[in-house]
Each structure stands twice: as C-alpha cells, then as structure tokens.
Design a protein around this ligand. Structure first.
Ligand SMILES: [Ca+2]
Length: 430
C-alpha cells in the first residue's frame, strides 16, 4: 500500500501535458484499486520481508499482486510515536543542529529558520542568498561546520539563476545571532542548465574535514545539451552534472580527489553516473557514505558511494521514462556499481540518516530513508558488508523531505507540504 503512486510523479517533475492526462486517468483507476488493496492489506502489519538487495521487480509488473496486497510485503513499524514539534514551515527541505541544541531548517522558497527549545522563531535568519525557487529548486540543504563552535560557519546549497539558465551552488556564511555574515559562494556547477529539475543537493562532512555534495544530472528529456539529452552529462566527467563532488571547507579542491590530476575530468568529481541524489549520509562507524537517488519511473536507488566509481546513470538503470519507454536496455554492467536497493515503483527518496543513537537501541546501525511519494520512512538493516538485509516502513502520511538523527538520539522528520511539519519520532512510552 505504500507504492500507490505507480503512475504519478515520483518527484515534483514537470510533465508534458499528454503525460499528465495519462497519469491523471491512470491514477483514478489506481486509487480505486488501492481502496480495495487497503481493505485487504491490514494483515500486512506482521509481515517481514528480507529483500534481495540486487533484485528489482520487473518494471512491467503492477505493484499489486493477484490478491491485491503489496508485493514487497514491507513490514509496518509501531515501536514509536510521532510528535509534531513545529508546524507552518513552507516546504521545509533540510535541518541541522547547532552545538547549543538550536536547530536550523531551510524552507525551499528561500528562508532559513531557527528553532530554539522546540519553538520556531517567527523571524527568519537574515542574509540568505537569493535563490531560484521554482519546482524542485530553491534553498535546499543546510549543514553546520563540524567545528562551528570555533568558526560559526554554516553551509547552504541552493539553485541560482532563472528558468533559462540555472546552477546548483554552495555558499558558506558565519551565523552571528540571527544574521548570516561574510556570505561567500564557494562552489557552483560549471555549466548552466535550463528548467527547474535535478539540483541535488545534500552535503555530508567526511572525517578528514572535507565535504561531499550531490549534484543532479540537469533534468529530464526533452532538455538537451550538446545535441543529446542533458542526462548524458552524468557520464561526462568533465561536467559537474550527475556527480558527487568533494571540496575543502573553503571550496577549494582537495589534492587527493580521485581525478585531481586528470586533464579531462573536473577535479572536484568524487563519483559519477548519478541521476539526482537527494539523500546522503555518513556511517561514522565504518566511514561509509550512503546516498539515495531518484530514478525516473521506478528504479530509485540506495548506493554505497565510493570515490572514483561510476554508478551507471543513464547507461544502466532499472528506471523507465515517465512515458513508460525504455531508458536503457541494460540494468547492470561490469565496472559500473550496482545499487544496494532498487525501489520500483518509486518511493521518491529524500533525506537519509544513519542511526547510531541510544533511544532506539534496536535500530542502531540502520539507515532511515525518507520517501516523498511513499509518504513513509524506510528503515534499512545492513550487514557488515553493507548489504541491505531487511526493509521496514514507518508510515508518516505526508511527503517526507528529510530524516535526521537529533543530538538527543531521536529521529526528526520534515514533511514537504505548504504547511510542513517538523516531526519527532520517540519510542512508545517516551
Ligand atoms: Ca545507478
């Protein structure tokens, strides 16, 4: 029952009008089917399915089996309670904590908010850069420098420009009281793109003090660049599109980046062949970077990101065009890194957290992946090698934009709504 949006848009995509008609009509039929499925799926609450990490459902399948229940049989979780901490956030996108416990939240239209002791300050933080806030674009990630107490740096990612030419940027500034000072753009994508899709962009700090950041592939067809679909730029290592990049804290390029000395590769590139990563996190216990990536129709991915590797988009994919057409006949190829999880139909993955707190000891070492379309959080159990050996759903009932572990060891969730919420997950009984 989580993948009822098989025919609807997994992100916030702009469709050709003809697709929208198809989608609307299909959705009506599908919702009718889902109403039936809902009645039949209450018993799903006790089912547990250990998903084969490299086996996807064929895209041609419906997400309903003959008895009308969900094929993936992902278990529901009821070991927690949801507490709404803050409301009236306009499409919140990301959250981060300051050392004093205050919390920063970005709103995609271009505001940076602060929550102190559970209370949202009605006045946004001043000095935020102007953003291109349309569709998927706007003010995106916020990240606090690991040594914020010394330097007061915070980092913001956002889309800059207009509909005809825009780029993902990262800027840093010092947070002094309720104002950003010394704001400086430390990196921007080298090539402009049109449209309002696929900006990325999550920031993760690595233990060595560098940061990695995700950048989308430039958008869906019919957007072109150099006479081919712009998505092909994900395989062009001389472009920042469709990449994870790695930077020093001031935006300079680390000399030990995997392609730092190559003449035909952008030296910031850390990994490539990505469509649009909107969830990324560090497992600090094993020093592993995990990322969730949107497919087109189906084929969303969880990947273990390693430097210098090619993650395949759009050469290999389990995803199809929104029209249903084929993107690639190949799903895997030697030398290209396979995902650890494939979600077909799409969950539309958003924020990603690695849990190592003590409030949910049974969840230590698990990943938590938000879903915009699935309106839930997927709890993913990992083995030592980084294979996913279990998947469970925590229903939220709203589009989930971000999931993070708070300094208190609880899980925090942002919902992507005009009246978005900050929600805290607590163990049952507090
Ligand atoms: Ca891939």
């Amino acid at each position: 029952m989580f993948q009822y949006n098989l025919f609807s848009q997994p992100e916030e995509k702009i469709f050709d009008a003809v697709y929208c008609v198809i989608i609307r009509e299909s959705t009506i039929l599908f919702r009718t089917a889902m109403a039936i499925a809902l009645l039949g799926s209450i018993s799903c609450t006790t089912k547990v399915q250990l998903e084969s990490p490299t086996t996807a459902e064929p895209e041609s399948k419906s997400n309903l089996n003959s008895s009308g229940s969900n094929e993936q049989n992902i278990a529901f979780i009821s070991e927690f309670q949801k507490i709404t901490v803050v409301e009236k956030l306009e499409h919140p996108w990301s959250m981060a904590w300051l050392p004093d416990g205050a919390m920063l939240i970005t709103e995609r239209p271009g505001r940076l908010r602060i929550v102190r002791d559970g209370i949202l300050d009605p006045t946004p933080i001043a000095g935020v850069p102007q953003v291109f806030a349309v569709s998927q674009g706007g003010l995106l990630d916020v990240s606090v420098h690991p040594r914020f107490a010394e330097n007061r740096w915070i980092y913001l990612t956002y889309s800059h420009g207009d509909r005809s030419a825009n780029r993902t940027r990262i800027a840093r500034a010092r947070l002094e009281k309720n104002t950003l000072e010394d704001l400086k753009v430390i990196f921007e994508v080298s090539q402009a793109k049109p449209g309002a899709q696929h900006f990325g962009s999550r920031i993760v700090w690595l233990p060595d003090g560098t940061l990695v950041m995700s950048i989308g592939d430039g958008g869906n067809p019919p957007i072109e660049f150099n006479g081919e679909f712009i998505r092909q730029q994900a395989q062009n290592r001389n472009s920042h599109l469709g990449k994870v990049i790695r930077l020093n804290e001031d935006g300079s390029i680390p000399s030990n980046n995997p392609f730092a000395t190559s003449t035909d590769v952008k030296p910031a590139v850390w990994s490539y062949g990505h469509r649009n990563i909107q969830g990324m996190t560090l497992d600090p216990t094993r020093n592993r970077v995990w990322a969730t990536e949107h497919g087109s129709r189906g084929g969303d991915e969880l990947n273990l990101i390693e430097e210098g590797e090619n993650y395949g988009w759009p050469v290999v994919t389990h995803s199809r065009e929104y029209s249903g057409g084929m993107i690639s006949p190949e799903k895997s190829r030697p030398g290209l890194i396979d995902p650890k999880v494939i979600w077909t139909p799409s969950i539309a993955p958003s924020g990603l957290a690695f849990y190592n707190g003590d409030r949910f000891p049974q969840w230590r070492g698990n990943l938590f992946a938000g879903g915009l379309v699935s309106q839930d959080i997927r709890r993913l159990e990992l083995d030592e090698a980084g294979n996913v050996i279990g998947q469970h759903s925590i229903p939220v009932g709203q589009r989930v934009r971000d999931v993070r572990q708070g300094p208190d060891g609880l899980l925090y969730v942002l919902s992507d709504e005009p009246n978005g919420q900050l929600i805290r997950l607590e163990p049952v009984g507090g």
